[in-house]
Ligand binder design. Structure first.
Ligand code: ATP
Length: 217
């Protein structure tokens, strides 16, 4: 039997939007992945958007994922005490799926910019592959430190990526890049503008019912 193919797609998801969800669906199709774990980051309390707790962000991710095949709204970072380093999260996925599973950490182009400064970044490659998804408006010239980190690990095909359980790096342009960001959405809500079609209907309903992101009245 072929090995499991699994991905972690982490984020603040403040709120989750169609850029995240469509990327996860297409990542799954392009890489032939069974499960994409949408992992909600736990932020230190002083960094939370006023009124939007990790539990509320998780509720929006659950609403957005709904019954989408192969997407999992994953609470493990929210529920874990201590620092929520990606390395620890990947290790817990590795334990769950086993040593032979092909494990991918997917990040958007903007998150990639300072990737060389992440916690124990070299060790990440001992647990997972790293796939960077192109995002409109996020192109940049990588620093030498970033190139030194990724170039020796770079592959150009899905076959090469999954020739080992971990350790490779790949850039990916998905079929439907979307210029949508959570920052822009929060700004629209504060101004009373519509976010329709930029988030799933269930997420829009939750935001409106709970009055998330509205200025205090
Ligand atoms: P903000 O605008 O607040 O920074 P965001 O829209 O970038 O939020 P995050 O929760 O920070 O959302 O993103 C989680 C992950 O999803 C990151 O790796 C980010 O690069 C990626 N991502 C976010 N939006 C898109 C998009 N439109 N296309 C591809 N990747 C995206």
């Amino acid at each position: 039997m072929a090995e499991h193919r699994v991905a972690m797609f982490g984020g603040t998801f403040d709120p989750i939007h169609i850029g995240h969800l469509r990327s996860a669906v297409e990542l799954r199709e392009v890489l032939g992945i069974e499960n994409v774990h949408m992992i909600v980051n736990r932020l230190p309390p002083h960094r939370e958007t006023p009124g939007i707790s990790a539990d509320d962000r998780l509720a929006m991710v659950r609403a957005g994922v709904g019954d989408t095949p192969g997407l999992i709204a994953d609470a493990r970072e929210v529920e874990r005490d201590g620092p929520s380093w990606s390395l620890l999260t990947l290790q817990s996925l590795r334990e769950e799926y086993g040593v032979n599973a092909r494990l991918v950490m997917a990040i958007g182009m903007d998150s990639y910019r300072h990737f060389d400064q992440w916690y124990q970044v070299e060790a990440l490659f001992d647990v997972a592959h790293v796939v960077v998804i192109d995002r409109p408006g996020s192109d940049f010239s990588p620093s030498q430190a970033l190139l030194n980190l990724v170039e020796p690990r770079q592959v150009d095909s899905v076959e090469a990526l999954f020739s080992a359980p971990c350790g490779h790096f790949m850039r990916l342009t998905l079929p439907s890049p979307m210029d949508v960001s959570a920052t822009d959405l929060r700004g629209r809500i504060v101004k009373g503008q519509s976010i329709r079609y930029l988030v799933p209907e269930q997420v829009e309903e939750l935001i409106s019912q709970q009055r998330f992101y509205r200025a205090a009245e």
